[in-house]
Design a protein around this ligand. Structure first.
Ligand SMILES: C[S@@+](CC[C@H](N)C(=O)[O-])C[C@H]1O[C@@H](n2cnc3c(N)ncnc32)[C@H](O)[C@@H]1O
Length: 231
């Protein structure tokens, strides 16, 4: 019987292709199931900037934050956060190698090449003393950073590294600091085999729960950005 099962598995493994599109479709169905299963009510916004403004005004109330952004590149989202949260006690850390994606990013019909979003190793010039960069691969910098990190004010963790590997790594590493009340934001949640999959895998492995507190919903950003509050 066991022999037969093994044989069957061997035959199947040769027939079924490890196909990105098939995997994407399976995860798209999982994402839709996730979306429909959410029972909490949360506001929907036309774009990510309106979502950030809502979070800063209504959830954070302009209070001091410790903001960790994974995936900075030119710094568009980081700069926006420093502009809307003017609290002098807030602190912003931008994590990036500034060498672009460490591996190719396969999305449904397109592939974004390795090294895309590169800044040739140079962080953006941000004239704000509250901002610090942690340069290098997350896998090389984050464990050391976390040894001495203590959040002051509410912690906001912004995931914009696009890739499953990078997002899963940072979430798992940050588990200890993702205390109840922490806000976690995703920038490419509907890149379902990447950020969404990483989030599902992290929450399952670490038995974590959360409430969705906001998302985007327009023809161009249907649940691309999702914000949750950790329980
Ligand atoms: C889409 S860009 C970030 C865009 C930015 N947040 C914005 O809104 O302008 C993704 C960034 O993630 C970085 N990245 C992805 N995986 C990484 C890793 N494992 N270590 C360091 N940086 C990484 C890339 O270098 C790239 O700059």
């Amino acid at each position: 019987m066991i022999k037969l099962r093994t044989k069957f598995k061997q035959i199947l493994s040769k027939l079924v292709l490890d196909n990105t599109q098939i995997r994407y479709l399976i995860y798209l169905a999982r994402f839709e199931k996730w979306r429909k299963s959410r029972t909490e009510s949360f506001p929907l916004f036309d774009d990510r900037y309106k979502l950030y403004e809502y979070l800063n005004e209504k959830v954070i109330g302009h209070e001091p934050i410790s903001y960790l952004e994974f995936g900075v590149s030119k710094g568009e989202s980081l700069i926006y956060w420093t502009d809307i949260n003017k609290n002098p006690q807030s602190k912003f850390w931008g994590f990036d190698s500034f060498m672009g994606l460490p591996e190719k990013w396969e999305v449904f019909t397109t592939t974004v090449n390795e090294s895309s979003f590169t800044m040739n190793g140079k962080p953006p010039d941000i004239d704000d003393r509250r901002v610090a960069f942690v340069e290098g691969l997350f896998q090389e910098t984050l464990p050391d950073f976390l040894k001495s990190f203590e959040s002051s004010g509410r912690l906001v963790v912004h995931n914009d590294a696009d890739l499953y590997s990078s997002t899963l790594f940072t979430l798992c590493q940050c588990n200890e600091i993702l205390k109840p009340g922490t806000i976690v934001i995703f920038d490419e949640f509907t890149s379902v085999v990447h950020e969404f999959r990483a989030w599902e895998d992290y929450c399952t492995s670490f038995m974590r729960n959360y409430t969705v507190i906001g998302a985007t919903k327009s023809p161009y950003s249907y649940f691309s950005q999702v914000a949750v509050e950790m329980k």
